[in-house]
Write a protein that binds this ligand. Structure first.
Ligand SMILES: [Zn+2]
Length: 585
């Protein structure tokens, strides 16, 4: 089907700003920043409650105005990355943002400096900002003296931050010879999903071979990242490397330990799935090269209006979902693929006042419809949480941020399975593939990081790291999958473990939470209101408390219910038969 037949839709950015008045908007932000700066002298421990609330509200207004401006610039740029004017505007937005944030830095830093008694007095008088202020104070024991923090900041720009940029620049410059052509990493990686087994293997050999060639440099970079993380942990007196990340995610160490424990118990679920996958693809056993082997897809096409109708119909049991999704689709969604437009899809919610924006490239296949439901789910989450929250609380912390999006997808998938029984196999197998990539693979990275940081602390070498990675990957995939030696270099290829250590568990957290909530909802439709309550909370409390208030304990039993839901899907998959002609050619 021609792209022009898909009746795609475009957004307008009027809610963020107008080209003609951008300079005025900027002048307003600068004025607000100068005004708050002039209040700096009154910003002391003994400050009155009224004055404190006034300054904090002022601070919030600046952040909102700034987010409008930077979002306008970036959305314009993503719509057409070749637009020179938009490029210049993003550079300007970055510069203004840094400048303004420097001016208002004192609000948070100063608050952390206040003595405990006064801080407590101000927190109890600042109800709408309470959780945010409490979190700032919680970081106080891990915050060093101002001059030390400044020195770390300065040294980081030429230290760890520079090293990570170096890693990005160095690895993104990699070019690969593939079938007589020079191609980029992004182009090469597509072939790990090729229907032909030889091509998948060749893609991996080529990709990881390049990391192998550079193993000394890249491993040294990784060891430096781990050492830097350890130094910060010791300087700031965190109990463990993982707890630095947990604190930033507003989670207790215990919450994450329980989750990892339940994951380890359920690892055979994914191994069993790969055995089924081998059967469905008529292979004796999968190799690590085959994990992303595709199942043949139905050739099914939807126009954008058809996709929209399907998604809205699937959201029907939740009237709020329909209402907010419709509002976004109306004029804040850009679905049309165009030359120069950024690839992929995202939902951006700049603040609690502006309706979220969704960008995607709708090409009319089943995946595009899923993406629509996913990104609208993010938007619904943001709109629900914006009803009651301010700028500091509307945004869910990372582990919670993928809950409504994956929940929206599940509503859609169940709806589609009922509507189009011929799609059931494809959709279910797609869900299992996704669950592996989102849950198991991500937890595997975090479990590796835990061991690797320990190993590096104890003077482990490059070879030790390679050995560790390969050993853990083989344990992870068990006897279901053969793992070639080339995969010992895979850890050099995972950008997250360089730029955001221990980040990856957030993906699995979100999907499992969503599965757990969905299971509860299927058993008891009145649980709907609890789900709305969770999404409406945004980030106004710790995930543990938000869930607790909605009747959920983040304990082993709850996480297990998420895995049980996947176990049900696997049970269905065991009955599937794909004709030879239907599977990979
Ligand atoms: Zn998402």
């Amino acid at each position: 089907m021609e792209v022009k037949d898909l009746e795609n839709t475009q957004w307008d950015l009027l809610d963020l700003g107008k080209e003609e008045t951008l300079e005025e908007d900027l002048a307003t932000i600068k004025k607000l920043a100068s005004e708050i700066e002039s209040q700096k002298k009154d910003y002391v421990s003994a400050i009155s409650m009224e004055k404190f609330r006034e300054i904090f509200k002022h601070y919030e207004d600046i952040l909102v105005a700034l987010s409008q401006f930077t979002t306008y610039a970036y959305l314009k740029f993503y719509k057409n990355t070749a637009d020179a004017r938009a490029q210049a505007l993003t550079a300007k937005a970055d510069q203004i943002e840094a400048e303004i944030k420097n001016k208002i830095l004192f609000v948070e830093l100063g608050f952390k400096e206040f003595d405990d008694k006064n801080a407590q007095r101000l927190i109890s008088a600042s109800l709408p900002y309470q959780h945010y202020l409490e979190r700032l104070r919680e970081l106080k024991p891990f915050t060093l003296k101002e001059d030390v923090e400044q020195a770390i900041n300065i040294k980081d720009t030429t230290g760890i931050s520079a090293l990570i940029s170096l890693y990005e620049v160095f690895t993104s410059d990699f070019m690969f010879d593939f079938e007589g052509k020079k191609i980029t990493k992004e182009e090469l990686v597509k072939f790990v999903r090729d229907p032909l087994p030889e091509k998948r293997e060749m893609a991996y050999q080529n990709l990881l071979g390049r990391y192998q060639q550079n193993k000394n440099t890249l491993s040294l970079m990784y060891q430096t990242v781990a050492n830097n993380w350890k130094n910060e942990m010791e300087l700031r007196k965190y109990p463990s490397p993982l707890s630095i990340r947990n604190k930033r995610n507003d989670l207790y160490d215990q919450d994450v330990e329980v989750l990892l424990k339940v994951f380890k118990k359920n690892i055979s679920l994914f191994q069993d799935y790969f055995k089924e996958k081998a059967r469905l693809l008529s292979m004796k056993k999968l190799r690590r090269f085959d994990l992303y082997a595709p199942f043949r897809k139905t050739v099914k096409h939807y126009t954008f209006p058809q996709a929209k109708e399907m998604v809205l119909a699937s959201f029907q049991p939740f009237p709020e979902f329909v209402q907010y999704a419709s509002a976004i689709i109306e004029n804040h969604l850009d679905s049309e693929p165009n030359p120069g437009k950024r690839g992929g899809a995202f939902c951006h919610y700049p603040n609690h006042i502006t309706k979220p924006y969704v960008m995607m490239n709708f090409v009319g296949d089943v995946n595009s419809v899923r993406t629509l439901a996913h990104e609208l789910g993010h938007g619904i989450h943001a709109m629900l949480s914006s009803q009651k929250n301010n700028y500091f609380h509307y945004d869910p912390v990372l582990p919670m941020a993928e809950t409504a999006s994956t929940f929206g997808e599940m509503l859609l998938l169940d709806f589609m399975k009922k509507q189009s029984p011929e799609l059931i196999q494809e959709l279910t197998l797609g869900q299992l593939d996704d669950a592996y990539a989102t849950i198991a693979r991500q937890f595997h990275f975090v479990l590796f990081e835990k061991e690797a940081h320990e190993l590096i602390k104890n003077g482990g070498s490059r070879e030790d790291l390679e050995h560790l990675y390969l050993k853990m990957l083989r344990e992870h995939l068990g006897d279901a999958v053969d793992v070639d030696d080339i995969f010992k270099y895979e850890y050099l290829y995972i950008p997250h473990i360089y730029h955001t250590p221990f980040y990856c568990y957030a993906y699995g957290f979100g999907l499992l939470l969503s599965l757990g909530l969905y299971t509860r909802y299927l058993k008891d439709p009145s649980f709907k209101k609890n789900i709305i309550q969770i999404f409406s909370a945004g980030g106004n409390d710790t995930p543990r408390n938000i869930l607790k208030k909605a009747g959920i304990d983040m304990d082993e039993e709850f996480w297990q219910s998420g895995f049980d839901c996947l176990q049900e899907l696997l049970k269905e998959a065991r009955n599937y038969r794909l004709d030879a002609a239907e599977s990979s050619p």
